[in-house]
Design a protein around this ligand. Structure first.
Ligand code: ASP
Ligand code: MG
Length: 406
């Protein structure tokens, strides 16, 4: 018998009818001969509403009381799902986070799971019952209810799957898997059967927000096979797995883009030790995350030009910070440009293949698209280009790497 953890997100349990639908998916897994534990989110919109109440009540709520309020959405869903299961003669019972317990640290509102007591869930399984567990919540060291931060139910599910040594953790959501590119832009994008944890992490941080990043990290650490699939369609989803589970690894698995970028160019910056620290230190203090960075010699040969990217919403603030340090550090012009997009090709296969970056550069050159900044990691190449060419670049690259569906 395989152990499967099924997780259903907010839209999957969005109303009573949908919760009934979830119950049939649980039953089907049992009918397949598997042992099942279920993790659920709050009904769609519920957590937002609860957060809204706390804001109305207080500008700075005690985080422990905030957690008491916002954790309640999931408690509603565990009870309702158990009732739906009873309606179709599936034995089931609910457990809250503190009852299991799901132990967390005491960083309330953004707590991390430390360990999960599996005794009760295993006993339920042995007795042929389905344990239904709330995502997002646990109990902290000090015995108080804690929540994991928004979107935390994915992490709850993967953590439970790890603790149970489950064969698979199925994350049911409103998309049917992970695609080679955004199908709204590249119509020939196709669903991936499998993807590695590392690639998924790169995809997630690139805006393909299918799974919470922490859940993927946890899956990678504990080798939990995660499947992302739709609760509204009956098709297999995408499996997120270790690299050795992928037999025919493509060189590039996916292409992502992020419009949440702005470029800042500092021209004629003094060229001596301590300058980069003097510029990026104050930006970090202002909590501005700098992503791509390039430095090169200015046309006068004596100073340097420094180009980097920040989240678009932080651009104006970044410029303000830079204006302030101008007194201490010689900077020529400060030029900011929000009209850029970052396009990335991702694939673990590029570790062992030459020419992957070159294909990207050549493809963009053939389309007359100018590359403004480049950055690379072991499994990713990113370029910054003008936002006007987003669609053209994505489609051209998707074809160039052989990802187009037939
Ligand atoms: N209900 C929580 C939220 O909306 C946790 C989750 O759904 O993952 O953030
Ligand atoms: Mg969610």
């Amino acid at each position: 018998m395989a152990i499967i953890v099924q997780k259903f997100g907010g839209t999957s349990v969005g109303d009573i009818e949908r919760i009934r639908n979830v119950a049939t998916k649980v039953k089907r897994e049992l009918d397949n001969g598997n042992q099942v534990a279920v993790v659920v989110s709050a009904m769609a919109g519920m957590t937002d509403q609860l957060v809204g109440y706390t804001r109305e009540m207080s500008n700075r709520p005690d985080p422990r009381e905030y957690d008491v309020v916002v954790s309640t959405g999931e408690q509603i869903t565990i009870g309702l799902l158990c009732m739906a299961l009873h309606n179709i003669d599936v034995p089931a019972r609910s457990w809250t986070g503190w009852q299991l317990p799901v132990r967390t640290d005491d960083a309330h509102a953004k707590a991390r799971i430390q360990d999960i007591g599996t005794e009760k869930v295993l006993a339920d399984m042995a007795a042929g019952r389905v344990a239904v567990v709330p995502g997002f919540q646990g109990v902290s060291d000090d015995g108080r209810i804690a929540t994991l931060g928004r979107g935390g139910s994915d992490t709850s599910a993967v953590a439970l799957a790890a603790a149970l040594h489950a064969d698979r953790c199925d994350i049911y959501t409103d998309v049917d898997g992970v695609y080679t590119c955004d199908p709204r832009i590249v119509t020939r994008a196709h669903k991936l059967d499998r993807i590695t944890y590392e690639e998924m992490l790169e995809m997630a941080s690139q805006g393909a927000k299918v799974l919470q990043t922490r859940a993927v990290e946890m899956g990678m650490k504990h080798h939990v096979r995660i499947q992302v699939l739709s609760s509204f369609e009956d098709t297999p989803g995408t499996l997120v797995v270790d690299e050795d589970e992928i037999v025919e690894q493509e060189i590039v698995s996916g292409i992502t883009y992020s419009r949440d970028e702005a470029k800042i160019v500092l021209s004629h910056v003094a060229d001596r030790p301590g300058i980069a620290a003097g510029i990026f230190g104050p930006l970090a203090e202002a909590n501005i995350i700098v992503d791509m960075i390039v430095q090169n010699v200015s046309e006068d040969g004596a100073t340097t030009d420094l180009t980097f990217t920040v989240p678009r919403g932080d651009m104006d603030r970044a410029v303000e910070v830079l204006e302030q340090i101008r007194g201490d550090i010689e900077i020529g012009d400060i030029i900011s440009d929000p009209g850029v997009v970052k396009v990335s090709v991702i694939g673990v296969g590029m570790r062992s293949h030459a020419g992957v970056a070159q294909r990207m550069f050549q493809t963009l050159a053939d389309k007359g698209i100018n590359i403004q900044v480049i950055s690379t990691s072991e499994i990713k190449i990113s370029v910054l280009i003008s936002e006007d060419y987003t669609e053209l670049a994505l489609r051209a690259l998707h074809s160039a790497y052989g990802l187009d569906a037939e």
